[in-house]
Design a protein around this ligand. Structure first.
Ligand code: PLP
Length: 372
């Protein structure tokens, strides 16, 4: 049975008429770049996250870069993050002129290891960016304690964790700022590129509003040097339409994850993802770990099962980051994960038969050893 890795067409099919109507309204109004549709979504998304402000921008990468810039971070500064993330987390740091400094991930939750944080802090450290990898919020309480002690800003990379919770607080609303991506494949996805920042800090919010719009607070009057990263009106209108479905879709993702856990639990060579204490996982990605990955991937491919690898090369070993001077062995957990992770299909419309087919393929790859 064919199981695609993801299925955006199935996700949007029941909404297609409404989406077309929403786009029509934006066309009729001419409010394409920023404007009332964006303001409306900002208010809804801030509300959803339990934050006072949301600022819609062009992408998740822009959200991270603009937040660092708004915090005054730049050349000579260091920002701590993890090597097991999408490259954008580190790129945003580099683009400000600051240096990304890595700490390894925890082997259970795959998020920033709080016990490794303090030794990475120097007099140049200004901020940390924990990444809520795969839809699970990092262990924020100890990270925030260390940040407070050293007076560091905490920026959550919540690009994979819309709606996930930590101690009953929504991802993105826990640190000084939370950065989101609405890339189409994310748990809340636009029909193009978009991103947002949420924060409770009114000064940071107004700085971000100016920065995303050429540093202007009044048309053609520029207080600071900014950039063009306004959210697109059509994306905002579609996101407003899709936001009310997010919780239900996350529930479906959690149910699918539980079904995978039950099917794969007996296969001792396959390690299922685990959720840390006080958290709800949003399962943007359901990634298992297994030895002999190449062989297992070929069994999945033979069975028409889609898969992904997030991520095959940790950031510190990417050619683009050669200048940081890292070597294999510097961050052993991230490196081991990069060699053993397989992301299985997970999306709201996944069916029980499809989940069974994925389970069957993995059982075929790892037939149970019968002891005589
Ligand atoms: C998707 C993603 C980003 C970047 O978001 P874009 O909207 O694609 O720019 C940043 N960080 C993480 C962890 C992501 O998954």
């Amino acid at each position: 049975m064919k199981v695609p890795f993801t299925n955006l067409k199935a996700l949007h099919a029941p909404l297609k008429r409404e989406i077309q109507r929403a786009i029509g309204k934006v066309i009729d109004s001419g409010e394409f770049a920023g404007g009332p549709f964006v303001e409306r979504f900002e208010e809804q998304f801030a509300n959803y996250c339990g934050s006072s402000h949301a600022i819609g921008v062009g992408s998740g990468t822009d959200a991270l870069w603009l937040t660092l810039t708004a915090m005054g971070i730049g050349p000579g500064d260091e920002v701590i993050t993890v090597p097991m993330s999408f490259i954008a987390t580190a790129e945003a740091i580099s683009l400000t002129g600051a240096r990304p400094v890595f700490v390894d991930i925890d082997p259970v939750t795959y998020t920033m290891d709080p016990s490794a944080l303090e030794s990475a802090i120097t007099s140049r450290t200004k901020a940390l960016i924990p990444v809520h990898l795969f839809g699970q919020v990092a262990e924020m309480a100890p990270l925030l304690r260390v940040a407070l002690k050293y007076n560091l800003k905490v920026i959550e990379d919540a690009a994979q964790s819309h709606g996930a919770e930590y101690q009953n607080r929504k991802a993105g609303s826990i640190g000084h700022a939370g950065c989101f991506s609405f890339y189409p494949g994310k748990n809340l996805g636009a029909i193009g590129e978009a991103g947002a920042i949420v924060t409770n800090d009114p000064q940071l919010a107004s700085r971000l509003r100016a920065l995303r719009d050429h540093g202007q607070t009044r048309k053609y009057h520029h207080k600071i040097i900014g950039w063009n990263s306004r959210m697109d009106g059509i994306q905002a209108a579609v996101l407003s339409l899709k936001l009310p479905n997010l919780d239900q879709e996350n529930d479906q993702r959690r149910a699918h994850a539980a079904a995978y856990d039950a099917l794969l639990g007996p296969i001792k060579e396959v390690s299922c993802p685990r959720t840390g204490n006080h958290r709800t996982h949003a399962y943007h990605i359901y990634s298992v770990r297994t030895p002999e990955r190449e062989r297992v991937l070929s069994v999945l491919a033979q069975n028409d099962i889609g898969f992904g690898i997030h991520y095959p090369v940790p950031i510190h070993l990417q050619p683009a980051y050669q200048n940081l001077g890292h070597r294999a062995g510097d961050f052993p957990i991230s490196e081991a994960c990069s060699k053993s992770f397989i992301s299985l299909p997970i999306f709201a419309a996944l069916s029980p038969i499809q989940i069974q087919a994925v389970g069957d393929a993995l059982s075929q790859a790892w037939p149970a050893t019968v002891l005589s």
